[in-house]
Unconditional design. Structure first.
Lengths: 438, 438
């Protein structure tokens, strides 16, 4: 019998030994911070449960490529259970959390089930900030989940089809407005412009390119404010070279279903408004945990990442206002999320073994943004700015490196290579849902 | 200027020359039949417009692999515009058709726009047949579109998560019922059983395998009725070896949201009912074109594929009751769709050049069905049945060959190879839509 089994292809089998005697660490959220925390606890003398409303981890930095039909959803997402396929002490619960009852150390799920914890790590991230602008949360399209990306992709492709169909009778104009000149806004507008030009050319859409406008608007006077001014100028030049109109000092006062209104009174008909204006932790579970919250609705934490006045509740990543020095806070970036998640796991283990905790220290790895093929900017920790092809190659390499799962890395690499040499016939599918597709 | 252009990467650019003087052939439907017809007209002296409510062609024979998380939607779908990227005389219209007004030779789209034609090819396919069984159209899950496949995949994966979550309190049972023992039912139940066993093992789901039942029910006394009895027995043995319960002579009288009722009175709670009981062209656009319809609601056509009593409206593929000999009709299979589409294109060109048409003659290429790894059956034109590994290899090769797009073929081949050697960490994502995902 044993012999026969060995002749069959071997599959890793995951078994849950009885770990009920071990301390239970619950992690809410399977983003960069939550995954990093769970990795730090994998194989240790704790029992870990990750709770997330999605059964997959999403690689947010590449969502804009899903939205612009360069990558497929499955290439930037990875099942959380699979990430921890070899860690017998890490479990997953596919659920939404209703509330945390700190006094009783329980997490209450939407269906009323209670999950007790010895330590709780809140890694719930942030969501798009709409700043109370009327219509924005309803009609503007953020890029903060796989569903957001799919929705934006469908909207873009359907708009192009509509414009093509209108060419026979009364050709319509297509305006795309990206609100926000940070990395997401810059990357999305670049990719969007490339998508539109490519699709029109390759698929022979009967759309006059002069009727298509891609606009990037920001209240600030320059793009990519965390970068030095020279880098901002470079990004602006590159985007303009791609035909993108950039307007500074413009604020949005209302978003309608197919229009946008600016503070100066202009009302523009649009095919889509992409919302890249910033994030907030307000209105999220993390936010509910404290009566007084930190900047951007984030949870205030002590230097060791524990919630103020808590022994066993921790917050990491975008959800937390992680101290940086005496008066500042860490930016809401992927490296901060990963580092804080990892640090938090270490401190939980320290507390459990009776050791004192250590304060979190952010190791600045620099920041980067890409604009298009051969055009990217990286600001290294020392302040040096790398741009052009070297910046672009660094961007490619780092994103591939941090993408979860060998298979995804391979697939994305193949896709990017393919696209580099000849734009692919890629995944330009308008996939509606069963409910609406008929 | 020319020199500079040549230094840039060359992309195929599609341009629409003015073809308004050429006869206009409208094709409704971008499935096997419609695509085959358009291919036959590409580059000829006609102007072609394909109308489809989806902007992509779907490779239906592999939909069950999307539903069982083996392939991604983009791997079995291909944008229609891209298929005809090099054919300047083939256009595409992303729209639903409301009706065909034969008397005026116009197709009326849902938005009221009218498209005139000189020749019309109806290739609207078929849909799942529910035979009027209460609840079936609402709650049973067919596999006839990409949206269907995604919906079923989400349901399967969510059911497994629910069962895992229930393990702590009161472990729930999971019953999956596949209705219909034809190729779709056989393939889906095999793949479903593999998916469940794999996911439970690999992801360490806390589900007792004895609580999971996969049932295949059919009113007929054997599986795969178009095959000889020996082949049916082989398929039955293979499926049973995979743990699938097969019940013959059972008819379904009602489908509820999470239950199924049989004629013998049994009511079974289910996680999902997969509907593979057959197809019909009733209630579709093709069906509306005739007052008296053929078998399965199909449109009656003359031997040259023209609609009875029509000069310039043709029907092909699953939508048409294509004559086979004096009294029979062709089965609704992909080879018939492709051959009839191609034949129709030739006949349209003949009519346009004043030549007489030729009758359609189906060249039987055999039929095949796969059950799992190394287990497939093919019935060759002569009646010879090939089974086991040779049948399986033939199945793999033929499906790869007919899959549209080199890129898709490559990706599917990589996926299959990967899976063959070690089950992949594949695309087990529960991707809801923005509307419902929150």
């Amino acid at each position: 019998m044993l012999k026969l089994d060995m002749a069959l292809p071997t599959h890793t089998t995951k078994e849950y030994p009885d770990l009920s005697h071990l301390p239970h660490v619950v992690i809410i959220g399977g983003g960069f911070a939550g995954i990093a925390a769970a990795r730090g606890l994998a194989g240790k003398k704790v029992r870990v449960t990750i709770i997330d409303k999605h059964n997959f981890h999403t690689f947010l930095p590449l969502l804009y490529q899903v939205a612009t039909a360069m990558l497929e959803p499955a290439e930037v997402a990875y099942p959380i259970r699979t990430i921890f396929g070899k860690a017998n002490n890490v479990g997953f619960r596919h659920a939404k959390v209703r509330e945390v009852v700190h006094a009783r150390n329980v997490v209450v799920l939407e269906d009323g089930v209670e999950i007790g914890f010895d330590h709780l790590i809140v890694a719930t991230g942030a969501t798009a900030a709409f700043f109370g602008i009327p219509g924005a949360s309803q009609f503007a399209m953020p890029l903060y989940s796989l569903a957001d990306a799919r929705k934006l992709r469908n909207r873009l492709l359907i708009s192009l089809e509509e414009a093509d169909a209108s060419s026979e009778t009364s050709p319509m104009s297509l305006n795309f407005v990206i609100v926000g000149g940070g990395p997401t806004g810059v990357e999305t507008s670049g990719a969007l412009s490339e998508l539109i030009r490519t699709v029109i050319k390759r698929d022979g859409l009967r759309i006059d390119p002069s009727r298509v406008r891609v606009m990037l608007v920001d209240m600030a006077p320059r793009l990519l404010t965390p970068f030095p001014e020279k880098a901002s100028d470079y990004a602006k030049r590159e985007l303009e070279r791609m035909g993108i109109e950039i307007e500074f000092g413009r604020s949005v006062v209302e978003v309608e279903e197919r229009a946008i209104r600016f503070a100066d009174g202009e009302r523009l008909k649009v095919a889509a408004v992409v919302w890249a204006a910033g994030v907030t932790a307000s209105g999220t579970l993390a936010h509910d945990l404290q009566t007084t919250s930190g900047p951007g609705g984030r949870v205030r934490v002590m230097p060791d990442l524990r919630l103020l006045e808590s022994e066993n509740v921790w917050a990491v990543g975008d959800a937390a206002a992680v101290p940086l020095g005496e008066t500042e806070f860490c930016p809401q970036l992927a490296p901060v999320a990963m580092q804080s998640g990892r640090h938090c796991a270490e401190q939980v283990l320290r507390v459990l073994s009776g050791e004192p905790t250590k304060p979190f220290a952010y190791r600045n790895k620099g920041i980067m943004a890409t604009i298009g093929r051969h055009a990217a900017i990286a600001k290294l920790p020392g302040g040096t700015v790398v741009k052009g092809t070297p910046g672009w190659l660094a961007w490619l390499g780092l994103h591939l490196w941090y993408l979860v799962g060998f298979r995804n890395r391979l697939r994305v690499m193949i896709n990017w290579t393919w696209r580099y040499f000849d734009w692919p016939s890629g995944p330009r599918l308008i996939v509606a849902d069963a409910e609406t597709a008929e």
